[in-house]
Write a protein that binds this ligand. Sequence first.
Ligand SMILES: *Cc1c(COP(=O)(O)O)cnc(C)c1O
Length: 390
Amino acid sequence: MSDDGKTFGAPVVIVAKEPIAVAGPWVTEREIQYVTEAARTAWFKDHYVFNARFEKAFAEYIGVKHAVSLPHCTAAIHLSLAAGGVGPGDEVIVPDVTWIASVAPVIYVGAKPVFADIKRDTWCIDPASVKAAITERTKAIIGVDLYGSMADWAELRRIADAHGLLLIEDAAESLGSEYAGRKAGALGDTGVFSFHGSKTVTTGEGGMLVTDDDHLHTRVMTLRDHGRPPGDKLFLNTEVGFKYKMSAFQAAFGLAQIERVEELIARKREIFSWYRNALEGVNGITLNAEPTGTVNSYWMVTVIPDPTYGMDKFALMEAFRERNIDTRPFFSPLSSLPAFADRPESSAHMPEHPAGEAIAKFGINLPSGYHMTPELVQFVTDTLRQILKA
Ligand SMILES: *Cc1c(COP(=O)(O)O)cnc(C)c1O
């Protein structure tokens, strides 16, 4: 042992024996059985039976009239914009800090994304920033319920109605969350969901669009099937559309998942409570918020260490990676990404977004999948304490 104190006092790095994944599904015999049944039966006149059952169960769970199963959530956002008539020359107000899929479809339809800041507590789009971004070209607002948190839907609805704007709720990360007694996804003119393998309910890949609006629903059904209005048997396409459909096998898997949704949401909330309890007493960290009047389904347990720890998110991720623990960075502001560098909405051209920048610099998502146990959570939180102490 050297007596200069350096190596003697160095903390011992404990590495997980098996890598701890950041996300993962909960699959039971029910999912396997339904997919097997679909492989045998979902053909000919029955090709859509599992999709129809999944859509009905999903619409009932969310508390809306229509649900349309799709290949992914990106398609659901694309269809929401196209069905709402958003196109070239239009502006769509979006949060600067979100997954890029929330915003890419704005560019697909030829419109311009206008980035707004997020709120410091919920990490969701800030209505004050939305108001400041409105121009005579604004056509729509996309609010995102980030990491399970709910956006300020009462205020977003007021703004949308006052200016005659389409309001899209990106609920890809908030299935099972609630706002003022309504389920996430039921608060916009359309609500969109993702069933990517990392999400709360999964079909491997997949998505859903929900709406109470009959006109939007008919437009979505037509546009998602190459311009064939619902019921068309003559193949006389009325316009050039898209091809966005979910396979029967995915729908069968999704039906099993949605039949288990209460159990899935309860487990997500339980995983978060293990983290919250294990991190009690750690100073200078912020976890996901659940303001009064909301329920958070905690898609991803997210921790924002205070800047005084002197570690940005990439340094923090690296420290976890050395211990065999997979984490994800808080989404970076889209306006700061190379993808937008040559576009007019790049951060070089935009007013500053102080809240988004502050949060996105330090936050990471901790392992939050259904594989997590109290023991694994203890290991991850012990590791976090150790990293922050060093
Ligand atoms: C996952 C996600 C999407 C995209 O979902 P896909 O099914 O991969 O298209 C969109 N928005 C948010 C906020 C997401 O987290």
